[in-house]
Write a protein that binds this ligand. Structure first.
Ligand SMILES: Nc1ncnc2c1ncn2[C@@H]1O[C@H](COP(=O)(O)OP(=O)(O)O)[C@@H](O)[C@H]1O
Ligand SMILES: [Mg+2]
Length: 373
């Protein structure tokens, strides 16, 4: 059963289409993330779903109940949609203690003892046992955000909505709380819609990622799918850290094999296996190859295309190499295990091999073919 359905939802602000004909189905218990650069319409989508924003057109269903329809003039207010929201800024009541902040959502509950038990249970879930007598300013950012999460889940909403809940926290806390949100989802099994611009966070948390750009969905898929098989060049470029390598070229069928050859660089050929039916000899394409999908060896024997090391950036377990071509060709970035690169120095000549990647139509920018997977 689909828990949430958005049908052709559009929201404009003046001339800006913040959300443009958005269609999305979210299954029960699914953890789905809206991912995309700032301004792509993530928050607006979430606000339309929650009822804080009224779409210009479209329909929204929650548990098969229409909560919004521009045509049928339905617009159920936020408080009656069964949702819990957590935003980037924790928005706790500063003059209320932790326990009071959490109890605020329970004010309809008459029984003092029942409220007490609930607060204790929730504080335990978010790892803040014994903190109920503190004021928000006596807590760290991470703890405040836990209180915000506690305040949301205490009302037992069927659906959790998060809008960049970890963005205000430092890197370490972000990792810690990320892990706890994942655990929370496993334990409470609530359908979750999560918004972030951070692709690593999205991949770490989600069952499914929805990648947006300019109010339009670019791809919906598992973290594995959107990372390894980006549907178009925007997704290929957006996913991946550091930047992926996008190399333009022409498809050439040569002696039963297919290769992509960048124009004006006859020394470079990216082998893509036997000629696939979806590609034509001579067609113009862009190849996406992730830095970690390029083999780089110190030896400059006959294997590989010759590149010169321009910079070396160690990142701990891995090393990022910026390479420039010895003969001619595009510059490339390579990511290798640090152990493999410990003898490589700046200005060294290395041989590189493209292991796997995706081929896009240069005109439509859509994925045509993936090789080496
Ligand atoms: N209240 C508003 N008034 C005018 N424009 C808005 C408003 N909210 C959002 N927008 C615009 O809509 C677009 C999408 O914004 P938003 O949904 O906040 O993006 P995101 O959350 O992905 O960063 C942006 O161009 C933004 O400037
Ligand atoms: Mg936003």
């Amino acid at each position: 059963m689909s828990n949430i359905v958005l049908k052709a939802v559009t929201k404009k602000f003046g001339d800006v289409k913040a959300v443009d004909q958005l269609n999305l189905e979210i299954q029960e218990r699914e953890f789905i993330t809206l991912l995309g650069p700032s301004g792509c319409g993530k928050t607006t989508t979430l606000r339309c779903l929650s009822g804080l924003e009224e779409p210009d057109s479209g329909e929204i269903y929650i548990n098969d109940i229409c909560v919004f329809s521009s045509e049928k003039l339905i617009n159920i207010p936020p408080g009656r949609r069964g949702l819990g929201l957590v935003f980037q800024n924790y928005a706790l009541w500063p003059h209320m203690k932790v326990g009071q902040n959490i109890a605020f959502g329970l004010r309809k509950m008459r029984q003092q003892k029942e409220v007490r038990e609930k607060i204790d249970k929730i504080l335990k879930i978010v790892g803040l046992e014994g903190y109920d007598d503190r004021y928000p300013h006596e807590l760290s950012g991470g703890q405040q955000q836990r209180v915000a999460v506690a305040r949301m889940i205490v009302t037992e909403p069927q659906i959790f909505l998060f809008d960049e809940p970890l963005s205000n926290l430092d890197a370490k806390l972000r990792l810690r709380l990320r892990s706890e949100l994942k655990r929370l989802h496993r334990d409470l099994k609530a359908t979750t819609v999560y918004v972030t611009h951070d692709q690593i966070e999205a991949m770490a948390l989600s069952d499914k990622i929805v990648i947006m750009q300019a109010g339009v969905i670019q791809q919906i898929g598992s973290p594995y799918e959107v990372y390894n098989f980006p549907a178009n060049l925007f997704v290929a470029d957006f996913m991946g850290n550091p930047h992926t390598n996008l190399i333009e070229g022409i498809v050439r069928f040569e002696r039963g094999r297919a290769a992509v050859r960048p124009e004006h660089h006859p020394n470079i050929a990216i082998g893509i296996g036997s000629p696939p039916p979806v590609l034509q000899n001579g067609s113009r394409v862009v190849v996406n190859i992730r830095p970690e999908d390029i083999d780089c060896s110190h030896s400059t024997n006959e294997t590989g295309i010759r590149y010169r090391v321009y910079t070396i950036q160690p990142t701990g377990s891995e090393v990022l190499l910026h390479l420039t071509p010895v003969e001619s060709g595009p510059e490339i970035m390579v990511k290798s295990p640090a152990e493999q690169c410990k003898n490589i120095e700046i200005e060294a000549i290395v041989g590189i091999i493209f292991k796997r990647g995706n081929v896009y139509d240069a005109a439509t920018e859509q994925l045509l073919y993936s090789f080496g997977f």
